[in-house]
Design a protein around this ligand. Structure first.
Ligand code: AMP
Length: 116
């Protein structure tokens, strides 16, 4: 069940500010408020989806691929393509997800000390 009062839903509605990197009618990319790397940007679709699985199951292949195509455009815009980066999506309790609106973390700008 989607919580319409989660913090990213409020960002999408413009109720709270964010430091935008890229936005269009379907997606928003903005800086993480508590960065863990020199570059730490979050990417979200504007449609209501709780996590990765919810995003994939509720959307068309075109919408899904467009989200990741735009993710790559943002990575290029951030200038981190050559030196490398991580793209991470936390899901649910075991994944350590804090905000229940599907999002990806783009991490780079330095060696990212997160190992899997
Ligand atoms: P996750 O643990 O994957 O759910 O990550 C949620 C992320 O959202 C964390 O890295 C937070 O620092 C970030 N965050 C929470 N509130 C805001 C906000 N108002 N603006 C930008 N990032 C936020």
């Amino acid at each position: 069940m989607y919580d319409e009062n989660n913090i990213f839903a409020k960002i999408i509605r413009g109720e709270i500010p964010c430091d935008k990197v890229y936005e269009d009618g379907d997606v928003s990319f903005f800086k993480d408020i508590n960065p863990i790397a020199k570059v730490h940007v979050l990417g979200i679709p504007k449609s209501q989806c709780v996590d990765f699985s919810d995003f994939i199951s509720k959307n068309t292949p075109t919408t899904i691929s467009e989200f990741f195509r735009k993710t790559n455009l943002v990575i290029k815009k951030l200038g981190i393509t050559k030196d490398g980066y991580k793209v991470i999506s936390n899901s649910g309790t075991n994944g350590g997800q804090e905000v229940p609106h599907f999002h990806i973390h783009i991490l780079g700008g330095e060696k990212v000390n997160l190992s899997i």
